[in-house]
Design a protein around this ligand. Structure first.
Ligand code: NIG
Ligand code: FE
Length: 417
């Protein structure tokens, strides 16, 4: 099947960074073609250029192609979410009200709420219920231009329920147009019944859960919530090293609420990404730069927890490649709008619109090890593409709290029109 998208005001290719994530000035140097067109064949990008160039090169192919006119609009790579907790049941609006009254996120969790509340609801929920609720969240993501989503487990906290969550992701990856990348996060919280012997739970994660998840091929990454009162840096190291032995690539929730050496652990274990980093130390950031760890920043969480935002400007200037994501979850970031995260990236973290687009496309692809296939518009890559109904890309981070999507193309097929 041939599809020809033509005459976009700006065809934002974000090209040139498939081998390694964009850093520093590279994040600012957004590649684009004015009055750009793009020819897709069987779900893969065949070629791109101006309308004039392509019509001269491929008159017959274009004649026979289905065509979409993108005049006065822009085209970008499909947006990528490298950090979500999308498979869950229940909601936590009651905790939101408690936090508005001054209770802290951690106090609520330590009192048995927070992640524990969602774990109870998720354990009670059937596979079918989780499937249905997660599918509707994916539908919303797709309508807003997201074509690949990483999903973590971590609301099961027993082998049985972690596998249930991971199997929901697996089935949705088969059934839903969005591609799902799966992360095991059994170490998301110390279950309340292990409060006094957390090391015993770490042992279960290491000895039982990781080997089973790996053997069943249910995850590609292994994540841990390294935070004061949750998993210590030492426990995090153990869990991430265990994952590596079973072929699970490490990720880490690092320095979200308090400085705790999470960024340093990420560098030490060779994590593909360290996420949150609101309170990461300067040494930790430096070590991440040296060890090629990507910083995945989640400004929606800082916004919703009313916390200080991660110092993205400083991080980019010091050479750290940055990706952005929603962290979508019912407690600390109940949003499905990556476009709003783009606004926050600029308004609250000092990023430029160019950096924000790089961070939600090619750098996000790198953070989930998919940069060879997606994240930029280049010949040979998957035709995961968004047409936004805006005259130029600045609008994506300028007009806020809106969905600018016109058309979403997944694997060369228009799935949202
Ligand atoms: O990334 N910090 C740990 N995990 C999630 C929150 C999960 C929840 O509160 O349910 C996060 O913020
Ligand atoms: Fe998270």
């Amino acid at each position: 099947m041939l599809l020809y998208l033509h005459n976009a005001n700006q065809l934002i290719t974000v090209s040139g960074h498939s081998d390694s994530p964009a850093r520093k000035e590279q994040m600012q140097d957004l590649k684009m073609i004015e009055n750009g067109s793009l020819l897709i064949s069987d779900g893969i990008i065949f070629d791109l250029g101006t309308d004039e160039e392509l019509r001269k090169k491929y008159p017959d192919l274009i004649e026979n192609a289905e065509k979409i006119n993108a005049r006065n609009k822009i085209i970008t790579p499909g947006l990528i979410e490298p950090h979500t907790h999308l498979v869950y049941a229940g909601s936590r609006e009651n905790e939101y009200v408690m936090r508005l009254k001054g209770n802290s996120y951690m106090d609520i969790m330590n009192a048995g709420g927070g992640i524990h509340a969602t774990t109870r609801a998720t354990q009670r929920a059937s596979f079918q219920q989780l499937y249905k609720e997660t599918k509707s969240r994916l539908d919303t993501f797709l309508k807003q231009g997201v074509t690949t989503v990483e999903i973590k487990s971590g609301y099961g906290l027993t082998l049985e329920h972690e596998l249930k969550q991971l199997n929901v992701s697996k089935k949705l990856n088969e059934d839903h147009p969005i591609d799902i990348v799966s992360t095991f996060m059994g170490a998301h919280a110390i279950p309340t019944n292990y409060k006094n012997n957390p090391d015993d739970f770490v042992e279960i994660v290491v000895e039982e859960m990781i080997p089973t998840v790996a053997e069943l091929g249910l995850a590609e990454f292994n994540d841990v919530f390294c935070e004061k009162g949750v998993f210590t840096p030492e426990q995090s190291r153990l869990i991430l090293e265990a994952g590596k032995r079973y072929g699970l690539s490490p990720k880490i929730h690092a320095d979200e609420i308090e400085p705790y050496g999470g960024a340093e652990i990420a560098a030490e274990v060779g994590a593909i990404s360290a996420d949150h980093l609101l309170k990461a130390s300067e040494t930790g950031i430096k070590k991440m730069v040296e060890s090629n760890v990507i910083g995945v920043l989640l400004p929606g969480t800082a916004f919703f927890l009313m916390a200080e935002f991660a110092p993205a400007r400083k991080m980019i200037d010091s050479g750290l490649p940055i990706a952005l994501s929603t962290d979508s979850n019912p407690g600390s970031s109940p949003t499905l709008s990556l476009q709003f995260i783009m606004n926050l990236g600029c308004l609250k973290m000092g990023m430029t619109p160019e950096e924000v687009l790089t961070a939600t496309t090619i750098n996000a692809a790198h953070a989930i090890d998919r940069a060879k296939e997606i994240g930029s518009l280049e010949p040979g890559k998957k035709a995961d593409i968004v047409i936004f109904d805006v005259p130029n890309y600045l609008y994506l981070s300028y007009q806020y709290g809106m969905n600018h999507v016109d058309t979403v193309i997944k694997n060369g097929i228009p799935v949202v029109k």
